[in-house]
Every structure is written in structure tokens, then in C-alpha cells.
Ligand binder design. Structure first.
Ligand code: 5GP
Length: 217
């Protein structure tokens, strides 16, 4: 195939930032971008379909794929394994379709170092209070579990420094527009304006004192 290749857009955010809502809205609004389907060992939740939301596999099958070098990135998160297979991204990218890879931060780091074509976007909550109240608002987790997620969120926030772009998700519709603007700019090759608007250093600076983002390590 000789057309332009698709671009893998990697999106990460601390749990409770509203990443899934924004990513779904982007895929709905832009017919040229689709979700990459990950493999996971976590149990299927109600409403999830194998081969649609994830490929749900056993720990043994996952380990075999790791050993065979079948994953472009993989990581453990909350006791389960998650990974993006080469097979799941090669076809769409070669066919010129852009991909949205919704991964946690360790996976994003691996993609950063293994794929020159990856564009990394970090979604930030507007404040620590907003993150806390979103996590509590789900009403599904115990105080203990919420505490653990907040601890993890603190570590995850530090990863923002390795991303190309940062978007503050104060309002899901605006964050969706922002992510679409980045995708369209990268696709057209003229990224000057979005690079400035969503420059991570600038966005992080703007959140100083509002969100506890650890410095560069
Ligand atoms: P959940 O279990 O809630 O669907 O996902 C838990 C976390 O794993 C989320 O941060 C999600 O973005 C991340 N995740 C989903 N798929 C992958 C993947 O293929 N690789 C990595 N590294 N993380 C993933």
C-alpha cells in the first residue's frame, strides 16, 4: 500500500481523569481514527465484549505472547496484564488509519522509545480536588481503594513530562475538541499551533499550585 501511513496516538491519564469519555467521543467524531484493541488478563466487566473492548486472555496466553515478542508494549496495572500487540496496530496503520491507544503510563513510555511515529497525549485533571471527587463519585470503590488510586495518580502525574502534548480535562467536550485538533494537525503535518497551545511544560506551569505534579526526574 502506498498511501500515507496512519499515526498511533497514545493517550494516558491518571485514573479518574475522564480519559475513556474523551477517547470515545473522538472516535465517534472522526471516522479516520479507531481504537486499537488491547489484550488483557483482567476479567471481563459487564457489557464488555471479547474482540471489541479487549481481547480477554489467560495469564498463560499473555505470557506466551510476551515471550514470542508479540507485544509492542505491555505492562501490569492493578494486578492485571495489559498489552498492545503488533498485529493489532500494523494493519490499520498500514491502511492509513490513525489509532488511539489508551494505555497507562508504563506502556506509553515503551511506545515512546519503540515507535518514532507515536504521538503522546496526556490528559490532566483540572485540580486534585476534581480528581478526588471523580474517583469518589463513581461510588464503586472503598475508601481504601480510592486511597490507592490517588497514590497511583500521584505517580502517574509525573509521567506528563515524557509526553508531547498535555490537555486539561475541565470539560469533556472541550477536551475532545482539543484532542481532535491535535490529531488533525498531526495528520496535516502543520503542528505549530497545537504544539504551542498544548505544550506540556506550559500546561504544567499553568497548573502549579493547583495540581501536585512532581518535577522531572
Ligand atoms: P481498565 O481495566 O480500566 O480497562 O484499564 C486499566 C488501565 O489499563 C487504564 O489506564 C487503561 O488505559 C490501561 N490499558 C488498557 N489497555 C492497555 C494496553 O494495551 N497497554 C497498557 N500499557 N495499558 C493499557
Amino acid at each position: 500500500m502506498n498511501g500515507p501511513r496512519g499515526i498511533p496516538f497514545v493517550v494516558s491519564a491518571p485514573s479518574g481523569t475522564g480519559k475513556t469519555t474523551v477517547c470515545r467521543a473522538v472516535v465517534e467524531r472522526d471516522g479516520q481514527v479507531e481504537f486499537s484493541i488491547s489484550h488483557t488478563t483482567r476479567p471481563r466487566r459487564q457489557g464488555e465484549e471479547d474482540g471489541v473492548h479487549y481481547y480477554f486472555v489467560s495469564a498463560e496466553a499473555f505470557a506466551e505472547t510476551v515471550a514470542a515478542g508479540g507485544f509492542v508494549e505491555h505492562a501490569e496495572y492493578a494486578g492485571n496484564q495489559y498489552g498492545t500487540s503488533w498485529a493489532s496496530i500494523d494493519g490499520p496503520l498500514a491502511a492509513g488509519r490513525d489509532l488511539l491507544l489508551e494505555v497507562e503510563v508504563q506502556g506509553a513510555r515503551q511506545l515512546r522509545s519503540r515507535r518514532d511515529d507515536a504521538r503522546l497525549v496526556f490528559l490532566l485533571p483540572p485540580s486534585w480536588e476534581a480528581l478526588e471527587s471523580r474517583l469518589r463519585g463513581r461510588g464503586t470503590d472503598s475508601e481504601d481503594a480510592i486511597g490507592k488510586r490517588l497514590e497511583t495518580a500521584h505517580v502517574e502525574l509525573a509521567a506528563v513530562h515524557q509526553f508531547d502534548y498535555a490537555i486539561v480535562n475541565e470539560d469533556a467536550a472541550e477536551a475532545t475538541d482539543a484532542l481532535l485538533a491535535i490529531i488533525h494537525a498531526e495528520r496535516s503535518g502543520s503542528t505549530g499551533e497545537v504544539r504551542e497551545r498544548f505544550d506540556r511544560a506550559r500546561v504544567v506551569e499553568g497548573l502549579k499550585g493547583i495540581l501536585p505534579i512532581p518535577g522531572r526526574s
